[in-house]
Design a protein around this ligand. Structure first.
Ligand SMILES: [Zn+2]
Length: 288
């Protein structure tokens, strides 16, 4: 099979799980060539080189800090299901391209710690749990990557400061861009909603309206930090195809905020598919 044909076949397989955004351009065909186009060059190059295809997935940051929403702070059945799904995807790619594929899971809870109000010790426990799960389920198909791998030996606050300094932008910068774009606005509202839901419970020490005001401000910081993390990942994994757990408009390409997503794991455009169970705030109903 020609490299481009094999690349298209791989992307068609990946795009089987694509979830379209209800906002913006819709796909007019299945599989959609427009959605595959931004990623075809990278995949075809990996095929031509006889290398595994790298798939970068920013997700699995941590459990929700709201005790009413989760079973605990460690990964549970939701993460296990998502990893099994991803392993199956890699196995199917191997049938098309024998060197196969590797999903680099970029667990990014550390990136957002103070913005999502989850303490670093809980994020560390979650990451240890993810390591155990990957070792059990899919060590050949999955690699874990997080901020600790970027800045070994530094404090967690130093790690976050590094992201802002080296890859960040003023927190005000995304504001105008988000407001000017229908997808951006939907994403912003989604982040605010998730920030509120992750903290609001019966014994919350304050009013819901004050919490909502605080979350509206924090949401811009979440977007800015997420974009910085995206730039770091793009620099670290230049040949990788970016996956997403969030719906995308047809043909979304890197360089724009295009996702409508929960706060700890929203990412920039150029991403592909929906991963069942990979939501950062897996609910009790999906964790049982
Ligand atoms: Zn499309």
């Amino acid at each position: 099979m020609h490299d481009l044909d094999a690349g298209r076949a791989v992307l068609d397989r990946v795009l089987l799980h694509r979830r379209s955004s209800p906002i913006g351009r819709q796909c007019s065909e299945t599989p959609c060539a427009r959605c595959a186009a931004p990623h075809l060059g990278r995949v075809a190059r990996a095929v031509a080189a006889g290398k595994p295809i790298e798939l970068v997935l920013p997700a699995f940051p941590t459990k929700s800090p709201n005790p009413a929403k989760v079973l605990g702070i460690r990964p549970d059945m939701a993460e296990e299901l998502a990893l099994r799904f991803l392993a199956e995807l890699c196995g199917d790619i191997e049938k098309i391209h024998p060197p196969g594929a590797k999903v680099i899971i970029c667990s990014d809870g550390r990136v957002f710690e103070e913005l999502i109000k989850v303490p670093d010790r809980d994020i560390t426990a979650y990451q240890h749990g993810m390591r155990e799960l990957v070792d059990k389920i899919s060590p050949d198909f999955h690699q874990l990557f997080n901020l600790d791998d970027v800045c070994p030996g530094q404090s967690h606050d130093q790690m976050r400061a590094m992201i802002d300094d080296e890859f960040g932008e003023p927190f005000e910068e995304p504001r105008a861009e988000l407001k000017a774009d229908e997808n951006g606005l939907a994403m912003y509202r989604g982040i605010v909603r998730f920030l509120v839901e992750d903290l609001w419970h019966e014994s919350f020490p304050g009013s819901k309206s004050a919490l909502q005001r605080d979350c509206r401000k924090r949401a811009y910081r979440v977007v800015a930090r997420s974009r910085a993390w995206g730039r770091l990942l793009a620099a670290r994994f230049p040949d990788a195809v970016r996956l997403s757990i969030h719906p995308q408009p047809c043909g979304s390409t890197a360089g724009r905020v295009t996702t409508s997503c929960p706060p700890p794991c929203h990412t920039r455009g150029g991403e592909l598919i929906e991963i069942p169970g990979a939501s950062p705030t897996a609910r009790r109903s999906s964790a049982a």
